[in-house]
Design a protein around this ligand. Structure first.
Ligand SMILES: CN(C)C(=N)NCCC[C@H](N)C(=O)O
Length: 282
C-alpha cells in the first residue's frame, strides 16, 4: 500500500511537469518551459496541467509492482541470496543491471496502453467544456480508450509500445545501478542505507535514467500521437530521421530539464517506500 500511495502522491505532484514535458516533445507551438506553462494556464486554467492523470494513478499499482517485483525476483534468481543476505553479500552490478532491464522490459508492456491514453489526453489543448465550444475529441480516459479501440483495433492501444520498450529496458538497468551504486557509496559496509541516502540515491537514479531515456521518450511520444489524424511516420526509425531533419539533434533532449525536476522527488519517495517494504517483508 505504501508503494502505491507514495507512488500515486508523487504522480499527482509530478503530473503538471509531465504535461509540460509531453507538450514540448510533441507540439511545436511552445517556445520553452515558461511559455508552455503560461499558455496552458491562460487557455486551460490550472486544470489543464492535470489532463490525463487518472489512468497513470489507476495503473501505478500494477506498473510499480511489476517493475519492482520482477527486479527483486530476477535478482533473487541471479544471485541466489535473499534481500537480508544481500547486504552482507552485495550483488554484482552486472546482476543489478540485468535484473533492472528485465523489470523494465516487462513493465513496459503493462504501461504501454495507459501511457498512450495519458499522452493523448495531455495533448488536448481545448479548455474545459464551455457552452457552444466544440468538445475535445476524447471526453475522458475511458472514452479515449474505447475510441482508439474502435478506430484502430486492439493493436492501436499499443501504438508506441515498441519505442517504450526500447526506452525502458536499458534505462531501468541504469535506474537500479545508479540507486545501488549511490547507496553503497554512502553506507558503511553491511548496513542498510539510511532514509536520507535512499532519498538522494532514488532521486539521482530517477534523473540519470530519465536523461538516458529522453531521446526514445521523445520518439515514443511522437509515435503515440501519430495516427490521430493523418499518419506522419512510417515507423520508429522514420520518426527519428524526420524529427532530426526538421528540428536538429536537439530534438532528442526535448523536455529533459523539466522531466529531471520531476524525476528527483518522484523517484526519491518511490525508493524510500520500496526500502521500507523490503525491510518489513524481506
Ligand atoms: C527512465 N524511466 C522510464 C524510469 N526511470 N522509470 C521509472 C520511474 C518511474 C516513475 N514513475 C517516473 O515516472 O519517474
Amino acid at each position: 500500500h505504501l508503494l502505491v500511495t507514495t507512488g500515486a502522491l508523487g504522480l499527482v505532484l509530478g503530473h503538471p511537469f509531465d504535461t509540460v514535458k509531453v507538450r514540448l516533445q510533441t507540439q511545436t507551438t511552445y517556445r520553452g518551459i515558461v511559455d508552455c506553462m503560461v499558455k496552458i494556464y491562460r487557455h486551460e486554467s490550472l486544470l489543464g496541467f492535470f489532463k490525463g492523470m487518472s489512468f497513470p494513478i489507476a495503473s501505478i499499482a500494477v506498473v510499480n509492482s511489476v517493475l519492482f517485483g520482477v527486479y527483486s525476483n530476477t535478482l533473487l534468481v541471479l544471485t541466489a541470496t535473499s534481500h537480508q543476505e544481500r547486504r552482507a553479500q552485495p550483488p554484482s552490478y552486472t546482476h543489478i543491471f540485468l535484473a533492472g532491464c528485465t523489470g523494465g522490459f516487462l513493465q513496459a508492456y503493462c504501461l504501454a496502453p495507459f501511457d498512450l491514453i495519458k499522452v493523448r489526453l495531455q495533448n488536448q489543448t481545448e479548455p474545459r467544456a464551455q457552452p457552444g465550444s466544440p468538445p475535445p475529441r476524447y471526453q475522458g480516459p475511458v472514452h479515449c480508450a474505447a475510441s482508439i479501440f474502435r478506430e484502430e483495433g486492439p493493436r492501436g492501444l499499443f501504438r508506441g509500445a515498441w519505442a517504450l520498450t526500447l526506452r525502458d529496458t536499458p534505462t531501468m538497468g541504469i535506474y537500479f545501478i545508479t540507486y545501488e551504486g549511490l547507496c553503497r557509496q554512502y553506507t558503511p559496509e553491511g548496513q542498510n542505507p539510511n532514509s536520507a541516502t535512499v532519498l538522494v540515491a532514488g532521486g539521482f537514479a530517477g534523473i540519470a535514467s530519465w536523461v538516458a531515456a529522453t531521446p526514445l521518450d521523445v520518439i515514443k511520444s511522437r509515435m503515440q500521437m501519430d495516427g490521430l489524424r493523418r499518419r506522419a511516420y512510417q515507423g520508429m526509425l522514420d520518426c527519428m530521421v524526420s524529427s532530426v531533419r526538421q528540428e536538429g539533434l536537439g530534438v532528442f533532449f526535448r523536455g529533459v530539464t523539466i522531466n529531471s525536476a520531476r524525476a528527483f522527488p518522484v523517484n526519491a519517495v518511490t525508493f524510500l517506500s520500496y526500502e521500507y517494504l523490503l525491510r518489513w517483508w524481506g
